[in-house]
Design a protein around this ligand. Structure first.
Ligand code: ZN
Length: 155
């Protein structure tokens, strides 16, 4: 088990130091802002969706290592997913970091995202890990005429 924990640490460290897809997607209406007042994390998530498929996903913002790693891993895992697959991935990830039991297939579907499973032991950190995902869910819904521009907060 400790080897697995080391691997998880390595993935989190790598993604927090060298976040992937840390940029804006110009011209997309699917974006949302999230704020975690407990930790001070701020994240902007951008999605490019074509024909119901996430073609590109990115984020900007500043936050702690956990929120940055979570956002980075999230953008990598979303590309190529259908919108409903992205939603169910978010659902499973949120269950994982809240310490709920997932099926083997659900865990396998999370891939590298499983590296954040350890945060369930630290309730304050759970909000850091879930912030990018709540923000992504809002970005997926964004772009309609009745768009709500208020930021997502974790409280
Ligand atoms: Zn944080």
């Amino acid at each position: 088990m400790s080897d697995l924990r080391d691997l998880y640490q390595e993935i989190i460290l790598d993604h927090s130091k060298k976040p992937r897809n840390h940029r804006e997607i110009a011209g997309t209406s699917r974006h949302a802002v999230g704020h975690n007042p407990l930790c001070g994390d701020r994240v902007m998530v951008y999605l490019a969706v074509e024909g119901g498929v996430v073609k590109d996903a990115s984020f900007l913002g500043s936050g702690c290592a956990i929120s940055t790693a979570s956002a980075s891993l999230m953008t990598e895992s979303l590309k190529g997913k259908k919108a409903d697959e992205a939603r169910s991935l978010a659902h499973n990830f949120l269950d994982l970091v809240r310490g709920l039991k997932l099926s083997d297939a659900e865990v396998a579907g999370l891939g590298k995202l499983s590296s954040l499973s350890g945060v369930c032991a630290y309730p304050v950190r759970v909000k850091c890990a879930t912030l990018p995902w709540h923000t992504m869910q809002k970005a997926l819904d964004a772009g309609g005429p009745s768009e709500d521009e208020s930021p997502v907060t974790t409280e």
